[in-house]
Write a protein that binds this ligand. Structure first.
Ligand SMILES: O=C(O)CCC(=O)C(=O)O
Ligand SMILES: [Fe+2]
Length: 476
């Protein structure tokens, strides 16, 4: 877990036999259109499911995302043919949509499966360890800060791996496809997995819930200084993943160090800005970070929001109350405050405001997105909250990203929705024109788990089942 928190990736070898990987590779070579199957790569080649059922892979996913993790309905086959050029460094969008604030907490990962041995010449996936928490996407950034991820290659890694390997990356890790200078095809199957519940206890074999620093011999290509910059966030994430039960000793900063950290908030280097913001958050300089949420440069305001999501709010009622006040009031700081508050599970403090924001077409779309996300993370639901989510999910004129987030919110909320009319909203979601609203509605119905909800889900699955054997040349 510490290796993942630091580096942002893990390379695993499932227990499946070599013959399995050969079978997948041969099936792809024999059926070139499968490359374009997109989300249908799984029903086209259902054996792929075995990769994610493998105990090594499913165990890692459960450790990172909690035992109730879900497989996202988005999937892709990445075929890199000989001669393919390298991509730009980037982080993936949300299937064409963007989100202003992403997820430093382990909430979503990408699992890349390589059925063949992947050598340097074949164009392995390239990754930049440790960049999963940063605010700059090197491909899309247009501001004036140095975009140093592009020029600094000192810790870059190539996922060179034996046949059958699975590389799991934090969804925000900066990566790219590299050039294929070999004479062979390289396949990579990209699947995505998401967290459905806030951690209440460690979901991995964890010997110590209290952060004790980095273990001896932890492998990383990052410099000592970079590792130090990431320690404050990793320590906070560790605490979060352990259910935030540890009595946390906030680090103390001398007045001089505090001053240094405050000035580093404006540093050119993202590593330094990031370290400073998290140090200040862990030490409780909440009001300074709240002020920074309104910074006109998104890179600075986002850094403050991410850092606020690490503040040990549970020990200081007044901190969560100050954040709640900002989250309720329209203004530049509202989105960051709303997001950070709900990352800590304190959304109940502003429940009525969330309902209003989720429903109102007059509210800015980004605010509505985080309002529905926050509502979905609640632990107690009444009918008005469920209806607010349902209305946001099926609002005709609303942005699809907002509607998707509302549908996703039903997944997080599912265990707490007994006795509400969630099933009626989700049945309507199955008929939506948007593929991921259909997908999330299906998952949420299954998570509701009542016999009636399960039956609705099964009927839908039977009707939409893809027959992998039927082709234009073999219609019946
Ligand atoms: O092909 C690869 O290894 C990476 C592809 C990728 O990152 C993308 O297309 O978004
Ligand atoms: Fe990508």
């Amino acid at each position: 877990m510490k290796s993942f928190l630091l580096n942002g990736f893990l390379v695993l070898k499932p227990q499946l036999p070599e013959a399995f990987h050969k079978f997948i590779f041969n099936a792809m070579e024999a059926n070139p259109p499968a490359e374009k199957s997109g989300n249908n790569c799984l029903p086209t080649l259902p054996a792929l499911n075995q990769v994610f059922d493998d105990p090594v892979v499913s165990g890692a996913l459960s450790s990172l995302l909690g035992p109730s993790f879900g497989m996202h309905p988005h999937r892709a086959v990445h075929l890199s043919r000989p001669g393919k050029n390298q991509q730009q460094w980037h982080r993936d969008t949300f299937w064409g949509y963007k989100l202003p604030i992403r997820y430093p907490h382990p909430t979503m990962v990408m699992a890349m499966y390589y059925p063949q041995e992947t050598t340097l010449k074949m164009g392995p996936t390239g990754i930049k360890p440790g960049t999963q928490y940063f605010t700059i996407d090197p491909k899309r950034y247009q501001g004036s800060l140095p975009n140093h991820f592009v020029s600094d290659s000192s810790s870059d890694k190539s996922v060179i791996c034996p046949a059958g390997s699975v590389c799991i990356i934090h969804y925000d890790l900066i990566h790219k496809g590299t050039a294929n200078t070999s004479t062979q095809n390289r396949y990579m199957f990209k699947f995505q997995f998401y967290r459905n519940e806030f951690p209440q206890k460690p979901s991995w074999n964890c010997s110590e819930v209290k952060w004790t620093g980095w273990p001896k011999g932890l492998e990383t290509s990052l410099s000592m200084e970079e590792v130090q910059c990431l320690e404050p966030i990793c320590c906070s994430l560790w605490n979060w993943l352990c259910g935030s039960v540890t009595v946390f000793d906030p680090p103390t900063l001398s007045a001089k160090d505090h001053q240094t950290m405050v000035s580093l908030l404006d540093a050119d280097s993202e590593w330094s800005r990031f370290r400073a913001a998290f140090q200040l958050s862990l030490c409780g300089d909440i009001s300074l970070l709240i002020t920074r949420l309104s910074h006109p440069d998104a890179q600075f305001s986002l850094c403050a929001a991410y850092a606020l999501s690490a503040a040990p709010l549970q020990y200081h009622k007044e901190w969560s109350e100050s954040l709640a006040k900002v989250a309720k009031a329209p203004g530049d700081a509202q989105m960051g405050a709303l997001w950070a508050l709900s990352e800590w599970g304190y959304q109940h403090l502003i429940k009525d405001t969330l309902i209003e924001m989720a429903q109102s077409p007059r509210v800015n779309t980004s605010i509505r997105q985080y309002a529905v996300q926050a509502l979905g993370g609640s632990k107690q639901f009444d009918q008005s909250m469920v209806d607010a989510l349902g209305e946001a999910m099926l609002a005709e004129k609303a942005d699809d990203q907002l509607r998707m987030m509302a549908a996703m919110a039903f997944n997080t909320a599912a265990p707490y929705l007994k006795g509400t009319n969630a099933q009626a909203w989700l049945s309507r979601g199955l008929g939506d024109y948007h593929r991921y609203i259909q997908g999330y509605s299906l998952e949420a119905l299954l998570r509701l788990g009542t016999p009636e909800a399960s039956q609705i889900a099964l009927n839908y699955l039977k009707a939409t089942r893809w027959c992998p054997i039927t082709t234009a040349n073999n219609p019946f």
